[in-house]
Design a protein around this ligand. Structure first.
Ligand SMILES: [Zn+2]
Length: 161
């Protein structure tokens, strides 16, 4: 059964305020949502992807959180698993959850992943398990988005995590 969407609990004015906060240069310089992108479209599209695979947001968030907790944080340390190399980078500033006006969730860690076969890299925020689990949000069209298809592919390759 599909999760109830957090955005459905917001008034149109609250939703608009969250979207404004998520644009590049507001809550974070990179933004959580691309310019002109609809938060609702983004969340509904990703919810449909998870539903197609029979995975709930809660399950996806728990799995991601468990995986991130195993990744060392520090310049020289990294974790190698199933074709990926991952490390956690501690940032100077705290990134708060863009949905809440007060501390809903926060992080100061960015996780960097490199697929060793292709050297293709991507980064995600330590806030992402909270964003997925609480707000059903994988981030919009930004450098820190984790496409649910990619998360599910990683999960399929490392089912023991
Ligand atoms: Zn939050």
């Amino acid at each position: 059964m599909a999760d109830r969407l957090y955005i459905d609990t917001l008034t149109p004015a609250e939703l608009a305020a969250v979207e404004r906060r998520m644009r590049p240069g507001n809550a974070s310089s990179a933004g959580f949502l691309g310019r002109g992108e609809s938060l609702r479209n983004c969340i509904e599209r990703d919810a449909a992807t998870l539903a197609r695979h029979g995975v709930t947001h809660y399950e996806a968030a728990r799995w991601l959180e468990d995986m991130l907790n195993r990744i060392p944080k520090g310049v020289d340390a990294s974790l190698r698993f199933s074709g990926y190399e991952a490390k956690g980078v501690v940032r100077r500033g705290i990134q708060g959850c863009p949905f809440g006006s007060y501390a809903c969730g926060m992080t100061n860690v960015t996780y960097q992943f490199t697929k060793r076969s292709t050297q293709e890299g991507f980064s995600i925020s330590g806030l992402l398990p909270h964003l997925i689990g609480t707000h059903q949000f994988f981030e919009g069209n930004t450098p820190y988005r984790l496409d649910p298809e990619r998360l599910l592919e990683m999960r399929a390759h490392i089912p023991h995590l």
